[in-house]
Design a protein around this ligand. Structure first.
Ligand code: HEC
Ligand code: HEC
Ligand code: HEC
Length: 122
C-alpha cells in the first residue's frame, strides 16, 4: 500500500531542495554587497550614480574647496546643471542622513567627523 500523503510530501520536499539554490540566490543577491538604502528624493544625483558611489567623498572635498578657498557656492555638474554647494542643504535635501549615508558607512566601517560641524538637524 502506498501512502499518498507521504509521497506528495516527499515530492514537495524534493522540489524545495533542488530549487533551493535558485530562490536562495534570488532573495539574497540584491542585498549582498550593500544594505538596503532608503531611496533618494529626486530622479538623479548631482553626478551619475556610479560616479557618486565611487567619488562622493572627492566631490565633497571639491565642494569644500570651492566654498572655503574660492568663495564660490555654485557647482556646475558635468551635465551643466547648477547646484547650490551645501552638504546639509543640498545632499541631505534628497538623502536621509541616517537611512542612507550612515547606513552604508556603518556597513563599510567608515566613520565621518563632518557632522559635528555640519549639523544635519536629525
Ligand atoms: C571643525 C568643523 C568642521 C568639520 C569637522 C567639517 N567641516 Fe566642512 N566646513 C566647516 C566650515 C566652518 C565651513 C565653511 C562654511 C561656509 O563658509 O559656508 C565648511 C564648509 C564645507 C563645505 C562647503 C559648504 C557647505 O555647507 O557644504 C563642504 C562641502 C564641507 N565643508 C564638507 C565637509 C565634509 C565632507 C566634512 C567631513 C569629512 C567636513 N566638512 C567637516 C567646518 C567643518
Ligand atoms: C536632487 C536629489 C539629489 C541630490 C541633491 C543628491 N543626490 Fe545623491 N542620489 C540621488 C539619486 C536619485 C541617486 C540614485 C540612487 C538612489 O535612488 O538612491 C543618488 C545616488 C547617490 C549615491 C550612490 C548610492 C548608490 O546607491 O549607489 C551617493 C553616494 C550619493 N547619491 C551621495 C550624494 C551626495 C554626497 C550628495 C551631495 C554632494 C548628493 N548625493 C546629492 C539624488 C540626489
Ligand atoms: C553605498 C554606500 C555609501 C553611501 C550611500 C554613502 N557613502 Fe560616503 N563613503 C562610502 C565609503 C565606502 C567610503 C570610504 C571610501 C574610501 O575610504 O575610499 C565613504 C566615504 C565618505 C567620506 C570621506 C570620509 C573620510 O573621512 O575620508 C565622506 C565625506 C562621505 N563618505 C560622505 C557621505 C555622505 C554625506 C553621504 C550621504 C549623502 C554618503 N557618504 C553616502 C560609502 C557610502
Amino acid at each position: 500500500m502506498y501512502d499518498k500523503g507521504k509521497i506528495i510530501a516527499g515530492i514537495v520536499i524534493f522540489l524545495i531542495l533542488i530549487t533551493f539554490p535558485i530562490w536562495y540566490l534570488t532573495a539574497h543577491s540584491q542585498t549582498s554587497h550593500v544594505p538596503q538604502l532608503q531611496a533618494a528624493a529626486g530622479n538623479e544625483c548631482v553626478e551619475s550614480t556610479s560616479y557618486m558611489l565611487d567619488n562622493h567623498m572627492k566631490l565633497l572635498d571639491e565642494w569644500r574647496t570651492l566654498v572655503v578657498r574660492d568663495g564660490n557656492d555654485t557647482y556646475v555638474a558635468s551635465n551643466g546643471q547648477e547646484w547650490n554647494i551645501s552638504l546639509t542643504g543640498t545632499c541631505l535635501s534628497c538623502h536621509n542622513k541616517a537611512e542612507f549615508c550612515d547606513q552604508c558607512h556603518t556597513y563599510e566601517g567608515v566613520t565621518l567627523n563632518c557632522w559635528s560641524c555640519h549639523f544635519a538637524g536629525y
